[in-house]
Design a protein around this ligand. Structure first.
Ligand SMILES: [Zn+2]
Length: 263
């Protein structure tokens, strides 16, 4: 943990950079949702500890045991429904409101950014709002309890699967392209709550832009910590509202970051 003074000085650097920025890119990972009580992907406990994640989140695992895979995703879906967005999610939505060129890309599939009021979210790994057919690509919305286990078969002969990018699959091309372009043109990149080890999404943090001011917001050191301009050792829910608050306090700052109630 950084000393209070150190964090303050570092935060000032980020604020100065944001104040000058014409374009901001934010990448979030499971750390921001952990603060809403959702376990990180590999931090799952209970019964599921006996399963390798590849059994639960891969095309092969799904082909072998679709009921097992849907049981796991239905539990996760129910947890997403119970969880509430936290101050970190809300702060990011305020940044979007205040900045003309702002892009949020997330590795999370829990929809918490949307529920916090972010409007344009590039969901790199898909979402659990929908199932889609592995054969004909039809979609169907998922209710709070997920997919009934006796409805896995689709009339076309295929199977409904979560609309999630699994191990061994490619990211959706249009989403990936837009995220890459936003990362490349950004003046400031915030890397929030991601260990920055899941490629290719993690490449957005440092690989496409040599000129941006990159700040990492994470309670722990990550593989990119020594390559970024600024590392804020704290949680998203602690650090991001401080940044938004400081930006809104400064009268010379052009963005209007005043706190507004959200629906
Ligand atoms: Zn189908």
């Amino acid at each position: 943990m950084a000393e209070a003074d150190g964090t303050g000085n570092l935060t000032a650097g980020v604020i100065a950079a944001l104040r000058e920025a014409r374009s901001v890119f934010v990448l979030t990972g499971s750390g921001i949702s952990a603060e809403s009580g959702l376990p990180t992907f590999r931090g799952v406990g209970g019964l599921w500890r006996t399963h390798r994640v590849e059994e639960l989140a891969s095309p092969d695992g799904f082909a072998r045991d679709p009921v097992l895979v849907w049981t796991w995703y239905n539990e996760r879906k129910a947890a997403h429904e119970r969880a509430q967005p936290n101050a970190g999610h809300f702060a990011i939505a305020q940044l979007e409101d205040a900045l003309d060129d702002f892009t949020l890309a997330t590795q999370n599939v829990d929809s918490l950014h949307l529920r916090a009021g972010s409007r344009k979210v590039l969901e790199l790994h898909g979402s659990l709002r929908e199932a889609r057919c592995s054969n004909c690509n039809a979609g169907r919305p998922l209710g709070a309890a997920g997919l009934p286990l006796d409805e896995i078969d689709h009339a076309c002969g295929g199977r409904w699967r979560p609309d999630i990018v699994w191990f061994g699959e490619s990211l959706p091309q249009d989403v990936w392209q837009r995220a890459r372009e936003a990362a490349a043109r950004a003046d400031v990149i915030l890397v929030v709550g991601t260990s920055a080890v899941v490629y290719p999404a993690a490449a957005l943090a440092t690989n496409y832009n040599r000129g941006a001011f990159v700040a990492e917001i994470n309670p722990e050191a990550t593989p990119i910590s020594d390559r970024v301009a600024c590392t804020l050792r704290g949680s998203a829910a602690e650090v991001l509202p401080q940044i938004v608050e400081a930006l809104s306090r400064d009268e010379t700052a052009s963005p209007d970051l005043s706190v507004r109630p959200r629906g």
